[in-house]
Design a binder for this molecule. Structure first.
Ligand code: FEO
Length: 397
């Protein structure tokens, strides 16, 4: 991707990452991810955010197409996670006079990650910086995603640079702007990013949205994924809805199955949901990476959890998915439980205990020995219907 001027004097100079298999060492990137960074060119020059270390040289080449890197006056570090700060050591060498600007909690992190302590200035919340023709202001939004996170705002063009907020997975396929793409290709990956990376910090996301809403925002330029120059409210509303954990009316059916018995019940339960006219995604936890399960659990207000009894408890892939949802602090879900056992149950009781601990509503459960017979398959279908009906009642459909 080549640099591109997104507003007069403001340039995207980021990179696409199509080679990292696992973001943060855990989340798959089947469609890649972008690390967006921006040059703001007034009489003085600021670079907002950087990229993962592996892409530092490509990044500096992009910068050099717009300005000589040595001319950069300020390196604005909105966030210290290394996907946005990894190029700082190279930038320090290429722009030796540039001052690093960051929120106060970033100072020890700069020292800890990169041994950088010189020419670092902690900026206050709301502080302004006149670049000459361009004016930046800094807005602390702690825990979106780390404690030092801040958003930078360019006043003359109304461009907000919120770093992780309003970003998403999926590399930029030849485009930068949300209005240049079929958004349906990107939305799932934006939600998967939200749910797995910042979902746990949903309250901080809502506080940030409230705090930033007084700004005249013409463009939202996050540090991952699409830039919003038309109707930026759309991505704000998506993030707000996800942070409020208002699931869409529908069901994420997450199951595991050793020999196909629980899977057969899953198929019947899914049919019951579909007969009630709601969407249902059937997800085999043993085969699908949990980040996709977390995404769909975040998308829908209904969950169906199916697990055979394994080691007297929950089938490990299902247990892990549920553990992730607990760690992400997902709320407001209605749930149906089902599963097979060999000689003695155990999975459903443990699932129910955990679900109740999470404050989710259990609509019903269905356990059975071995293979589900016609009556049990009919029961699974009825359970799917009951779950869907409860979802519709809550959604006033
Ligand atoms: Fe994209 Fe929290 O870093």
């Amino acid at each position: 991707m080549v640099p591109r001027e997104i507003r007069p004097g403001i340039f995207w100079v980021g990179v696409n990452d199509r080679t990292t298999d696992l973001f943060e060492g855990i989340w798959p990137l089947p469609h890649g991810v972008s690390y967006n960074a921006y040059l703001v060119v007034g009489r003085k020059i600021a670079l907002i955010d950087s990229v993962k270390e592996h892409y530092a040289e490509e990044f500096v080449r992009n910068i050099a197409e717009v300005v000589e890197p040595a001319r950069i006056d300020y390196l604005v570090v909105n966030h210290m996670e290394p996907d946005h700060s990894g190029a700082l050591p190279l930038l320090r060498r290429m722009a030796p006079n540039a001052e690093i600007l960051a929120a106060p909690p970033a100072r020890p992190m700069l020292a800890g990650f990169y041994g950088i302590a010189e020419r670092v200035r902690a900026v206050a919340d709301g502080e302004r910086l006149d670049l000459g023709g361009k004016i930046l202001s800094f807005h602390h939004i702690p825990f979106v995603h780390w404690p030092e996170t801040m958003a930078t705002y360019e006043e003359t063009e109304g461009v907000l640079f919120p770093c992780d907020a309003f970003g998403g997975f999926r590399a930029l396929d030849g485009v930068l702007f949300a209005d240049e793409v079929d958004f349906s290709l990107y939305e799932d990956e934006i939600l998967r990013y939200f749910a797995n990376i910042v979902g746990m910090q949903s309250q901080a996301v809502l506080r940030a949205i409230e705090k930033l809403k007084g700004l005249r925002i013409e463009v939202i330029a996050p540090s991952h994924g699409l830039i919003w120059r038309k109707n930026p409210e759309r991505v704000v509303e998506l993030y707000a809805r996800w942070a409020r954990m208002e699931g869409e009316a529908g069901v994420a059916l997450i199951f595991g199955s050793m020999y196909g018995e629980t899977r057969k019940a899953a198929e019947a339960l899914a049919r019951g949901v579909a007969e009630e006219g709601l969407p249902v995604r059937v997800l085999d936890a043993g085969r699908i990476h949990p980040s996709f399960l977390v995404r769909d659990a975040w998308r829908f207000s209904g969950l169906a959890l199916g697990s055979p009894t394994y080691d007297a408890g929950v089938f490990p892939p299902v247990e892990y998915a549920l553990r992730l949802l607990e760690r992400k602090r997902l709320k407001n879900r209605v749930v149906a439980l089902f599963g097979s056992h060999g000689w003695k149950g155990g999975a459903l009781r443990k699932l129910r205990e955990k679900v109740e601990e999470l404050g989710w509503e259990v609509v019903g459960e269905l356990g059975f020995p071995g293979e589900p017979g016609p009556g049990e398959l009919s029961g699974a279908r009825e359970l799917g219907k009951a779950l869907a009906q409860r979802i519709k009642t809550l959604a006033k459909i």
